[in-house]
Design a protein around this ligand. Structure first.
Ligand code: GDP
Length: 328
């Protein structure tokens, strides 16, 4: 039986990945942070077969203990402070967890693997936010990185440290440069879920308007369930490598609003959406568009869920959830 250890198992990607690995017959372990973490209950409910270890990406000895106790064949480092807007207000903690946390996890893997550094396969969750002020459209593995937020800078550190450990120690370490990926499990601080929740609430008469930031930014949005398959495929290759994972389609926040409102029968949302500088960022990533041809040819991966299907899935989920919450 193959054993996997996942950091960030309480998050959107961790939950989908754990489900995929369990379905593939894996013994799945996850690291959960903090005392009395409220998300622990979610993991136990959704994933009763996962073994939970207490640990923190800023605490190397806790990671080494989790490595010793789980003795994994594959490690997926998905844990991070992951909300870009928050990273300006908490730049140091973002750097510690999202950046230095990668070094800690790589060290824990290397020390545990001993004489055969490639024996434990390692996946690093890198991000399209590393492209930031994009130097090329579309963005590929070879595009110069130009991060635009403390989050993006921390992810660049983790990306290069992963490459460095692969080159320095011969580790089977892969970096997945994932473009934005969403689902009904996305946190409501992210724009897709914020919109799907608000559109559902407006449709149900529970909310009047929606307050947004920059409507002109463009993202290459895919479905998180499709993207975790790419993570797994990377670790099944003979060698570690870096791969862009994206749909190859870009849409603006306005397009997102169009699709979400249209799904509940509202064609003109102009009177329902307000803008507030509170939701604007000190530096913006204007347009992300990924070139995932390497992953498509080498991993045989491609996304299955389209942008429209993704947004509709999220709105449908929030309609159901909001009805229950409101007792409708
Ligand atoms: P990110 O790409 O990781 O930063 O993902 P987000 O979902 O947080 O943001 C995607 C884009 O939506 C960014 O360009 C934001 O500036 C833009 N955006 C516009 N209004 C909002 C908003 O109200 N909340 C969030 N989170 N993003 C917004």
């Amino acid at each position: 039986m193959t054993t996997a250890l996942i950091t960030g198992i309480t998050g959107q990607d961790g939950l989908y990945l754990a489900e995929l690995l369990l379905a593939n017959g894996y013994d799945v372990h996850g690291i959960v942070r903090g005392q009395n973490n409220p998300k622990l209950e979610l993991v136990r409910r959704v994933l009763p077969d996962v073994t939970v270890h207490t640990g923190d990406l800023t605490d190397l000895s806790s990671l080494m203990r989790a490595m010793r106790d789980s003795d994994p064949d594959e490690v997926y480092n998905l844990g991070a402070v992951s909300f870009v807007a928050y990273s300006w207000m908490n730049a140091q903690v973002t750097s510690d967890v999202t950046g230095l946390g990668v070094l800690n996890m790589l060290e824990a893997v290397r020390l545990h693997a001993g004489d055969d550094p490639a024996a434990v396969r390692y996946y690093q969750a890198s991000s399209s936010e590393m492209f930031g002020k994009v130097q090329q459209v579309p963005q590929s593995e070879a595009t110069l990185l130009w991060p635009r937020s403390p989050y993006g800078v921390a992810k660049v550190y983790g990306h290069y440290m992963t490459i460095n450990y692969r080159e320095s120690y011969g580790m089977h370490a892969s970096s997945g440069i994932l473009f934005n990926h969403e689902s009904p499990r996305r946190g409501p601080e992210f724009v897709t879920r914020k919109v799907s929740q608000a559109v559902a609430r407006i449709k149900l008469g529970l909310q009047d308007t929606l307050t947004m930031g920059n409507l002109d930014a463009q993202r290459d949005w895919g479905f998180a369930g499709d993207y975790v398959e790419a993570m797994w495929l990377m670790l099944q290759q003979p060698d570690g490598d870096d791969y862009v994972i994206s749909t190859g389609e870009t849409h603006s926040i306005r397009d997102l609003l169009d699709v979400a409102f249209a799904h509940v029968g509202i064609e003109d949302w102009s009177g329902l959406v307000e803008q507030d500088p509170r939701f604007m960022r000190p530096a913006e990533v204007d347009q992300l568009l990924g070139d995932s041809s390497k992953a498509r040819s080498r991993l045989g991966w491609k996304p299955k869920v389209s942008f429209t299907e993704l947004v509709q899935m999220m709105v449908d989920n929030d309609l159901t959830e909001q009805k229950v919450l409101a007792g409708l």
